[in-house]
Design a protein around this ligand. Structure first.
Ligand code: FAD
Ligand code: NAP
Length: 487
């Protein structure tokens, strides 16, 4: 030990020592100036991945910072808890990272406070140096076709919320008593929904799907499920891992239509890698097709079909969906458009699930949502002339639109956190902002606010209830019960 230190000391020439003392002086100055600087107060609205990743980055990069995360629900994690499929528990492990962020002394979680309902944007902006909006995309896009309001036409967003125990979807009703369902759209959400409907119930019982949902799924009579795409196999929005899982569902057979693949194998080898592998998997599955006597359910992807209208009976019950057959315009492998033809096809079904994407909700009069369903911004900065208020930022799906996996959301949140960091470092006002202590005064006194300890109480209770049922957790699906357990 001694000889190690001695050896390293022999390298310390006078020139090097000079450099060292300068470095030490600079570090001491930095520490001193940091200690004198005011604490920047940052408010993050929405406790989903974007909010947590931004908070993670900001606390890493800035010493004098306090971050308050305000969340509408009493519980954190956004779509990780209420979107990611229950049979993908490994994806939910990011929660461990977020928990570490929330447990830092300069990060606070305030659950059960909704922006636009319990507090306004301008109130928040008065008491913080920066306000970052990460409240996601909580509505679904509509097809805008005839009879879309008929019974048993449901949004994938609602269906997903229901099987994930979202309080807003607690009373959601869906009739799974018919033989056939059509899922409209071919993204990963559509595949999540298809997999939950087609999986054997005993597989689902091992997940955290709430008991009341399992009892409905257990009685499902659905035998065939169409997955309808308006373009071709080369344009599907789902990814290979999800398709692979779909093809492996026990007692479920995938049935493709050979015609849909005309010309596909000819261009497959020249595709870029992820698309190429996905296409090869579809082609392999198409060529493997054979009737399996053990099949109880059928998964039927169909292509070049746009929903045209829903067919209903006199009581507005769904009888089927009429599709317009499309032709592709342009080169098959170059993001072609589709052209409707006069040809129609009807799928008789008693359940239709619209899965064509989410969109953000405008919760405050001072906000604008653009045509792409997101808040317009410049690298996360929301342009706003009110100089006397806190700067405003947006990250995650609220800023990018409802696209991208957690990794994309992380990249975006890091980028926006960098913009906030730069602005705080360069344009910092000297005035001390009151942060949540001031905001609390503007919120109704009776509102029950859930802190991180409160969430931990809910978490512990859910895990205990789950243990009794042999599953990871049994979620509380009602806000008042959450509040009771939290407080
Ligand atoms: P969100 O996760 O939606 O978080 C927004 C938060 O804001 C929520 O907690 C919400 O309650 C809160 N909030 C809303 N309104 C208010 C308000 N007015 N005031 C305060 N708070 C508010 N990606 C993967 O990598 N793997 C997957 O398996 C996967 N599965 C998915 C499954 C589904 C069904 C969906 C829709 C997406 C999935 N994704 C998956 C994508 C991933 O979920 C998103 O990339 C990510 O959640 C976006 O994060 P966010 O923070 O922008 O939004
Ligand atoms: P998405 O990936 O954008 O897919 C939307 C689908 O709807 C596309 O097939 C699209 O077809 C179709 N569509 C859109 N408008 C339509 C219309 N008017 N008529 C008919 N079809 C229409 O959206 P998503 O499935 O909601 O997923 C959102 C994001 O979350 C994606 O980035 C997804 O990868 C991610 N996610 C990931 C996972 C996972 O990793 N396991 C799970 C769920 C979600 P066109 O291509 O022709 O527009």
């Amino acid at each position: 030990m001694y000889s190690e230190s001695f050896r390293s000391l022999t390298y310390l020439t006078p020139k090097y020592l000079g450099k060292m003392s300068f470095k030490i002086a600079r570090q001491s100055f930095k520490k001193f100036s940091t200690a004198c600087k005011k604490v920047s107060q940052v408010c993050v609205v929405g406790a989903g991945p974007a909010g947590f990743y931004a908070a993670m980055q900001l606390t890493k990069k800035l010493g004098n910072i306090n971050i308050d995360i305000i969340e509408k629900l009493p519980v954190p994690f956004g779509l990780i808890r209420y979107g990611v499929a229950p049979d993908h528990p490994e994806v939910k492990n990011v929660i461990n990272q977020f928990t570490k962020v929330a447990q830092q002394p300069n990060v606070n979680f305030y659950g059960n406070i909704a922006l636009g309902k319990d507090i306004t944007l301008s109130q928040l902006r008065q008491h913080y140096d920066a306000v970052l909006l990460t409240y996601g995309a909580e509505e679904d896009k509509l097809l805008g076709i005839e009879n879309e309001d008929a019974k048993n036409i449901v949004a994938a967003r609602k269906f997903v919320g229901w099987y994930n125990g979202l309080p807003d979807a607690r009373d959601f009703e869906v009739d799974l008593g018919g033989n056939t369902a059509a899922v409209l759209g071919q993204g990963n959400v559509a595949l999540d929904v298809a997999r939950i409907i087609l999986s054997p119930i005993d597989e689902l019982r091992k997940t955290d799907i709430p008991e009341h949902v399992l009892s409905v799924l257990a009685k499902s009579k659905i035998k065939e499920l169409y997955l309808v795409g308006r373009r071709g196999p080369l344009q599907v929005a789902f990814t290979i891992k999800e398709l692979r899982e779909q093809l492996k569902i026990p007692f479920c057979q995938t049935v493709w239509r050979k015609n849909d693949f005309d010309g596909v194998s000819e261009v497959a080898s020249a595709l870029a890698r992820p698309r190429k592998r996905l296409t090869e998997l579809m082609l392999k599955s198409l060529n493997e097709h054979s009737e399996d006597s053990k099949s109880e359910k059928y998964f039927k992807p169909i292509f070049h079909r746009s929903p045209d209208k829903f067919i209903v009976d006199s009581k507005n019950n769904l009888m089927g969906v009429q599709l317009t057959c499309n032709q592709m315009a342009g080169s098959l492998d170059k993001d072609p458009k589709y052209l409707p033809t006069d040809e129609k096809e009807i799928i008789n079904c008693s359940l239709a699930i619209r899965s064509i994407g989410y969109k953000s909700v405008n919760v405050d009069k001072d906000l604008i949502i653009g045509d792409n369903g997101a808040v317009p911004n410049d690298k996360g900065r929301i342009l706003d002339p009110s100089n006397d208020l806190a700067k405003l930022y947006v990250a995650g799906w609220l800023g990018t639109g409802p696209v991208g996996v957690i990794l994309h959301t992380m990249g975006n949140a890091f980028q926006v956190a960098k913009a906030i960091q730069e602005d705080l470092e360069t344009g910092q006002s000297t005035e001390n902002k009151g942060g949540f202590a001031e905001v609390r005064k503007a919120i109704c006194e009776n509102l029950k606010i859930v802190d991180w300890k409160g969430w931990e109480n809910i978490d512990k209770y859910e895990i205990e209830m789950g243990k009794k049922l042999g599953k990871p957790r049994e979620k509380i699906c009602c806000v008042s019960e959450m509040l009771e357990k939290a407080l």
